[in-house]
Design a binder for this molecule. Sequence first.
Ligand SMILES: Cc1cc2nc3c(=O)[nH]c(=O)nc-3n(C[C@H](O)[C@H](O)[C@H](O)COP(=O)(O)O)c2cc1C
Length: 169
Amino acid sequence: MSFREVKPEELSFNPFTRIGSDWMLITAGTEKAFNTMTASWGGAGVFWGKNTVTCYIRPQRYTKEFVDAGERFSLSFFGPGYREALNLCGSVSGRDCDKIARSGLTPFFTDGVPAFEEADLVLICKKLYRAPMKPEQFFSEEGVETFYPKKDFHDLYIAEIEKALLREA
Ligand SMILES: Cc1cc2nc3c(=O)[nH]c(=O)nc-3n(C[C@H](O)[C@H](O)[C@H](O)COP(=O)(O)O)c2cc1C
């Protein structure tokens, strides 16, 4: 496994397909304990003059505990062939089983942040901001009813892309 660090500006990265259709893993924690979960909602852009990502994590996710406990998390993006692993990481909780072992993915650590060797792109992200989605801030009730029947409103995270690692062929 080898990755090459590139500037985020050098990436050809379509967030609509890479996040929305291909999905990503949000991974956080330490070498002692870490967890990962699949996400298909998020974004990439520029805020406060920095290259940033946004992620949205519901309160019941085990991964959220690790994201909240640390300064950084990673986003791992995969080529075709890892759909089953991403489905698994998005359907069972690390609270209930060792899903990382079951997924067959190989964790590695860079700057103390966990990510996966099989990824073709890894973004190491430093948290800048977290905010809860509040029902009273919606412009229409429809969004609340459709996406939050259990009132489990996401937390929004804005994080700076500190490192972009591209897998070498
Ligand atoms: C395709 C897909 C996309 C998902 N996107 C998100 C997301 O953006 N935010 C979120 O909170 N959960 C999302 N989930 C659900 C979590 O991945 C899922 O609940 C996971 O089992 C949580 O694992 P954990 O409890 O080990 O953190 C998604 C699941 C799938 C299958």
